[in-house]
Design a protein around this ligand. Structure first.
Ligand SMILES: *[C@@H]1O[C@H](CO)[C@@H](O)[C@H](O)[C@H]1NC(C)=O
Ligand SMILES: *[C@@H]1O[C@H](CO)[C@@H](O)[C@H](O)[C@H]1NC(C)=O
Ligand SMILES: *[C@@H]1O[C@H](CO)[C@@H](O)[C@H](O)[C@H]1NC(C)=O
Length: 456
């Protein structure tokens, strides 16, 4: 009796031991297997319902805001330095629209006004006098410097604006920027891999072949940074003198390439683009070329930061669309230029002094016109010859019948001085905050003037 019970008890113990071993092996295998693969769990959206992006909304004009909320009579007198004052006036106003503006501004941005004091010895003062050409007003300003700090609470971009930074002594180079540019463009035409029919023998193709348009063609990047990554090459070598048709053709071809890839591999849904012009911006080829790529599930980090910021903004602000409010704030502050359905923004947190943004519901002819006008104004009027450009489109798998949450956004920054050895960005800009010395309103007025005279 006792011995059979022993055997039965042992049997049960063995049974459980075997089950336990089995479980351990399973767990181990699972752990090992999940370490083998890259984690592809999608990043979950924070909120499901967000307003769609709209370029048109019922609102007062910029002039109305300037006069009624900011209490400023002349557009020509608007200055970033006085932004705290405009906000203060709007806050003090009893008008509902002014109050709403302030709420939006405060929800998205944080504005600070800081003073930095300097003690200057009489000997050093002589040197400073020479730099500032004995301008008494500037010398007073340098002793008590005013810094405007604008922080985007959702994308964490920031501008530190100090007018005095633009007065720093600069070394002058002997060759003019224009001469340098024209010479480089001419020289690089001689052995260009992208000119004429050369590309047929000196560029690669995507697995599905090459797309060709009258004014541009595609070429797979030989040194890829992503699975789906190609070059959109204009048949015009000279990036600085593209016609509106040539610009339009490149972007239309980009859209075609995005659709082509999406039709082959539909999990690649996030369209992105970059463009660099001239060596100062990091371009390795002088010939006009955009780089387009498609991301899987998420965009590249810098774009994803904006996208996630926009989702978080909606979550914190009753589902309001971040991009609508962003545009509205700039419109009220008179920092936007409408071109048909799209808006050019001289935005409050640029990466560097000469950055602008173009925002629209879709990539279409008004967008190309806006880019064309920006290029002409910067290149022909402001003599800026090098730029970097980044752009994203809404995800390809979203239907567009009633619009997208994300608009098409492009940002471009002109890089200078192009003949100077010194880089245009430093540790401050790369790792802390963008430091800007040119008033956004000054750039706005230059841009507006350039666009107005070309739109007639
Ligand atoms: C650039 O300057 C050099 C002399 O410094 C001159 O020989 C040349 O013709 C100039 N090029 C252009 C395109 O103006
Ligand atoms: C490409 O290379 C082939 C073979 O060398 C040559 O016959 C052809 O002319 C080249 N085409 C172009 C456009 O350079
Ligand atoms: C679009 O595709 C992504 C994966 O790339 C997916 O996470 C998302 O849910 C899709 N959106 C729609 C509206 O189908």
């Amino acid at each position: 009796m006792t011995s059979t019970m022993h055997i039965r008890r042992d049997g049960i113990a063995y049974f459980f031991l075997i089950i336990l071993c089995f479980l351990v092996i399973l767990l181990f295998q699972h752990h090992y297997a999940s370490n083998q693969n890259v984690d592809q769990t999608p990043i979950k959206p924070i909120i499901k319902i967000t307003d769609k992006f709209r370029t048109h909304f019922n609102t007062h004009s910029s002039v109305w805001y300037r006069e009624k909320c900011f209490r400023n009579k002349h557009a020509d007198h608007l200055a970033i330095e006085n932004l705290p004052k405009y906000l203060q006036n709007a806050r003090a106003s009893t008008n509902e629209a002014c109050q709403k503006f302030v709420q939006k501004f405060d929800a998205l941005f944080r504005l600070e006004e800081i003073y930095g004091a300097l003690e200057i010895s009489p000997i050093y003062l002589k040197k400073i006098n020479a730099w500032l050409h004995n301008d008494e007003q500037l010398i007073e300003q340098i002793k008590k410097q005013r810094i405007i700090k604008i922080y985007n609470r959702y994308t964490h971009e920031e501008m530190l604006y100090n007018f005095m930074r633009s007065k720093r002594p600069q070394s002058k180079s002997e060759q003019s920027a224009q001469n340098y540019t024209l010479t480089l463009l001419e020289e690089s035409k001689k052995n260009c891999d992208f000119c004429g029919k050369n590309y047929l023998n000196s560029t690669a193709e995507d697995s599905f072949g090459r797309l060709e348009h009258r004014l541009s063609y595609t070429a797979a990047n030989t040194f890829k940074y992503d699975r789906w990554h190609t070059l959109i090459v204009s048949r015009n070598h000279d990036t600085l003198h593209l016609t509106e048709d040539e610009i339009s053709d490149m972007f239309e071809l980009s859209k075609e390439w995005f659709e082509k890839v999406y039709s082959i591999e539909s999990k690649y849904t996030c369209p992105e683009m970059i463009w660099d012009a001239m060596p100062k911006s990091g371009a390795s080829q002088m010939h006009t070329h955009l780089q387009v790529s498609l991301g899987f599930d998420i965009y590249y980090g810098n774009i994803e930061r904006t996208r996630q910021g926009a989702r978080f903004y909606a979550q914190m602000n009753d589902g309001r669309n971040y991009f609508n409010d962003y545009l509205h704030i700039h419109q009220a502050l008179e920092l936007t230029i409408p071109i048909g359905n799209v808006h050019i923004l001289v935005h409050l947190t640029p990466i560097k002094d000469l950055e602008v943004m173009v925002l629209g519901a879709s990539l279409e002819k008004d967008f190309y016109k806006a880019l064309y006008l920006i290029f002409r104004t910067f290149i022909d009027d402001l003599q800026e010859y090098s730029f970097s450009f980044g752009m994203f489109l809404p995800p390809l798998n979203e239907t567009s019948i009633n619009g997208h949450v994300m608009p098409v956004v492009c940002r471009l920054v002109f890089r200078n001085p192009i003949t100077n050895l010194r880089a245009d960005m430093n540790g401050l800009d790369l790792y802390t905050s963008s430091v800007v010395g040119k008033d956004r309103y000054v750039l706005y007025r230059q841009l507006k003037q350039g666009i107005l005279k070309r739109s007639k």
